[in-house]
Design a protein around this ligand. Structure first.
Ligand code: DHB
Ligand code: MG
Length: 219
């Protein structure tokens, strides 16, 4: 199967199951216009984050890596009116785009963008969060993970994007810094007795990659 087929099927899935919503189109369009890289989660993946948040009744959600806010809108829309999405972003420019996108999507009252390097903003946060989505610089994942666990309660789900990297994650000899960052993350998670984990491989418009799904048993 080719990337073209995966993209066609992603479009089919969105057409079948995900009602068209101008706020998402506008979020991607404005992100693109502002020069942000086109690496947000796909629509089908965003809907999955939304369903996950609803299934676990999430009231507090943490995202590490806001980008233009596209991925954040999905779980934010699963929150009750008094729920909260806190999303961390290193770039002030990205954060500004994301705030506009949150406002247009009607979640500005529930979604807060915190600007700064994750390793500087994470220590100031207080948990617990019900759902934590890691989707930032791959070299940083292994260092974000202990913070994510600290900000969890028993039963918190941590989801991490991009943990397969077109299969390169299984190549121990890879010299790609992003791949090596993900390998370090996977090894740290695998060795942590406080969590239980699987990885789901994914294909779609974003190519071949995967999500780590990590259940925190004991923070
Ligand atoms: C890439 C994809 C992502 O989803 C991401 O968060 C970062 C980078 C990429 O394909 O390069
Ligand atoms: Mg990603």
């Amino acid at each position: 199967m080719s990337h073209e087929t995966w993209t066609t099927v992603d479009r089919y899935i969105a057409d079948q199951f995900i009602p068209h919503d101008e706020a998402f189109d506008a979020a991607l369009k404005d992100s693109d216009a502002a020069g942000l890289p086109a690496i947000a989660v796909s629509t089908a993946q965003g809907k999955w984050l939304h369903l996950l948040a609803r299934a676990i009744g999430a009231r507090r959600i943490l995202e590490i890596g806001t980008l233009g806010g596209f991925s954040g809108i999905w779980p934010a829309r699963a929150l009750p009116p008094d729920g909260r999405l806190i999303t961390l972003e290193i770039s002030a420019k990205h954060a500004e785009v994301a705030r506009r996108n949150f406002a247009r999507a009607g979640v500005a009252d529930r979604a807060e963008v915190v600007v700064g390097p994750g390793l500087e903003t994470l220590p100031a946060l207080a948990g617990p969060f019900d759902l934590i989505f890691i989707d930032a610089d791959k070299q940083g994942y292994a260092d974000y993970f202990p913070h994510a666990v600290r900000l969890s309660r028993p039963g918190t789900l941590i989801v991490a994007d991009n943990v397969v990297r077109n299969g390169a994650v299984a190549d121990a000899a890879s010299t790609d810094e992003m791949v090596k960052g993900i390998q370090r993350f996977n090894a740290v998670v695998a060795a942590d007795r406080r969590v239980t984990t699987t990885v789901l491989q994914t294909v779609g418009a974003k190519g071949y990659d995967g999500f780590a799904v990590i259940l925190v048993e004991r923070p």
